[in-house]
Design a protein around this ligand. Structure first.
Ligand SMILES: *[C@@H]1O[C@H](CO)[C@@H](O)[C@H](O)[C@H]1NC(C)=O
Ligand SMILES: *[C@@H]1O[C@H](CO)[C@@H](O)[C@H](O)[C@H]1NC(C)=O
Ligand SMILES: *[C@@H]1O[C@H](CO)[C@@H](O)[C@H](O)[C@H]1NC(C)=O
Ligand SMILES: *[C@@H]1O[C@H](CO)[C@@H](O)[C@H](O)[C@H]1NC(C)=O
Ligand SMILES: *[C@@H]1O[C@H](CO)[C@@H](O)[C@H](O)[C@H]1NC(C)=O
Ligand SMILES: *[C@@H]1O[C@H](CO)[C@@H](O)[C@H](O)[C@H]1NC(C)=O
Length: 476
């Protein structure tokens, strides 16, 4: 097996049978979708080694397509699934709190009209999806993040590095590696990209960077440039962080790919090649399927089953590196909901947050309508941020009212049935509506990755628009 198998072989099934649970299968009728719990594999590849981490890629019609997997698939053996499912929610709350404080810091910054550094707010452990790229001739598997800008990898000589299955990047054996000069424009851009100024020192004229994340994790090192290859597309002089002091990403990917909006992000640096357009399709967390991350503006290669509906990306300096949309309505099971918050303030779309967070008035409207339509099922206790829970262990399948989110223009996200419920317990005795309320009406809402599953999400930073279409995620 050269790669993580996307098909289940009989032998593999035997190996993983201790994690057997239920399989989702879907069918739509009316405004409900069927979620069927049959033989779902709560599983991951047993090969916690380099092989599992190497994702495929290809180039087609000028677009570059990278296979994207959930990182749990390559994690160390999971003995306690319930604990893992529950910890993920708690970590998710830490990310959301730090996003909120990051935005608050920017707001207070603009008020005093000074450019005080902002703090990035990401807890590395919960960023979920990985892809493989080639940097300086080496294959490296990195975590994808639309909520931050600087791409970085763990680098030699390493003062402090967490364990990763792939060898560390070694600038000394890459003939194309160059230090980024401390007086360069790239070094000056660090402030906006990371919230911290670049500093000179160490190596002659080196530009030292620091990115600190919400939970005390960090990466420090020097800015470098090298050849980046995505699929078959070469990008010369790609600026990234060569991280010699990294803490927090326990035993996993070799670094992070920043797909935010600022100048240092991969999207800005590849603008000439891909016109600032990328898209992804996120697979189900616990399944063996792959999704894809596509760079470039050729929509004919998407495998979407509905047309792409676009909405405007809001231009708001307050949310500099985030992608923000104008949520104008929602419906549950075809019933349109009312809230004074629709059309106000914007909602952020994030690949790293798991569960969507909604202003209390919108959440309450959704919850009440959902409970009205999803009747007759035994309830279960709340868990962490999730307060609408059921005990579905006696059922083989349930019909779930569908959630639609509507955006300015004609944008519509029709949430896939796989993104409606979060299993707090594997045996379905505690299954919760996968949405949560913010504490305050004026905090910014976030569309999390659960609700983006099996959807092609297209980011067009040139025309400043974002599109959604239904797609069954695969890499083929
Ligand atoms: C990784 O694990 C798989 C499955 O156990 C094995 O077939 C493969 O040889 C291993 N690869 C390396 C590089 O150790
Ligand atoms: C990188 O991965 C590709 C595709 O899996 C493989 O063909 C290539 O040999 C790898 N390169 C290195 C340097 O390992
Ligand atoms: C880096 O910047 C310093 C100071 O501005 C300058 O003297 C030096 O020539 C630059 N080095 C390179 C390689 O550009
Ligand atoms: C969102 O769209 C609505 C309807 O088109 C509009 O009235 C409102 O001003 C927009 N909100 C923002 C923040 O742009
Ligand atoms: C969930 O429901 C099943 C079947 O109705 C029942 O046997 C079980 O005790 C319930 N579990 C909890 C935790 O309430
Ligand atoms: C992408 O392609 C579409 C259709 O060909 C075109 O309308 C749009 O302007 C293009 N966007 C960019 C950023 O090139």
């Amino acid at each position: 097996m050269a790669f993580c198998p996307s098909l289940v072989f009989p032998l593999f099934l035997l190996l993983v049978s201790s994690y057997t649970h239920k399989v989702y299968s879907y069918s739509t009728y009316g405004e409900k979708e069927l979620l069927s719990f049959k033989n779902h594999q709560w599983t991951h590849n047993k090969a916690y080694n380099q092989t599992c981490f190497t994702q495929k890629s290809r180039t087609e019609n000028g677009a570059t397509i990278l296979e994207m997997k959930h990182r749990d698939f390559c994690s160390r053996p999971i003995n306690n699934w319930n604990q893992k499912l529950q910890k993920r929610l708690i970590d998710d709350d830490i990310r959301v709190k730090s996003i909120q404080s990051r935005i608050k810091n920017i707001v207070s910054t603009t008020q005093t009209e000074t450019q005080v550094p902002i703090t990035s707010g990401i807890k590395l452990e919960i960023l979920n999806y990985i892809v493989t790229v080639t940097l300086g001739g080496r294959n490296l598997t990195v975590i994808v993040d639309t909520g931050s800008d600087l791409t970085w990898v763990q680098c030699q000589p390493c003062k402090l590095c967490y364990t990763q299955p792939e060898p560390l990047f070694n600038p000394l054996i890459s003939p194309s590696y160059q230090l980024v000069n401390c007086s360069s424009h790239a070094c000056n851009s660090l402030q906006f990209a990371t919230g911290n100024f670049g500093s000179c020192g160490g190596n002659a004229n080196a530009c030292n960077y620091v990115v600190t994340y919400g939970d005390g994790s960090y990466t420090r090192g020097e800015l470098g440039k090298d050849n980046l290859v995505l699929g078959n597309t070469q990008i010369g002089d790609f600026v990234f962080g060569c991280g010699q002091n990294n803490k927090g990403l326990f035993g996993a990917a070799s670094g992070l790919m920043g797909l935010g909006r600022s100048e240092l992000s991969l999207i800005s640096q590849t603008f000439e090649k891909f016109s600032g357009v990328f898209s992804y399709c996120l697979p189900d967390t616990d399944s063996l399927t792959s999704g894809s991350l596509i760079f470039g503006n050729d929509s004919t290669i998407y495998e979407n089953s509905t047309p792409i509906s676009y909405t405007r990306l809001l231009q708001n300096p307050q949310f500099y590196s985030f992608y923000v949309l104008n949520l104008t309505g929602t419906s549950i099971g075809g019933v349109d909901l009312q809230s004074p918050r629709f059309g106000q303030g914007g909602i952020l779309i994030d690949s790293g947050t798991v569960i969507s967070r909604l202003p209390p008035s919108i959440y309450k409207a959704i919850k009440n309508e959902f409970l009205k339509q999803f009747t007759g099922y035994p309830t279960a206790p709340s868990f962490s941020i999730l307060d609408t829970c059921f005990n579905l262990s006696a059922y083989e399948e349930v019909n779930i009212p569908t959630l639609k989110m509507k955006f300015e223009g004609n944008g519509e996200l029709s949430v896939d049935v796989a993104g409606m419920f979060y299993f707090v317990k594997r045996d379905a005795s505690q299954v919760c509506l996968a949405l949560a309320s913010l504490l305050y009406e004026d905090e910014i809402g976030i569309i999390g990755n659960y609700q983006q599953r099996n959807t092609r999400v297209v980011y067009d930073t040139k025309d400043m628009k974002l599109g959604f279409a239904k797609e069954s995620c695969t890499f083929s």
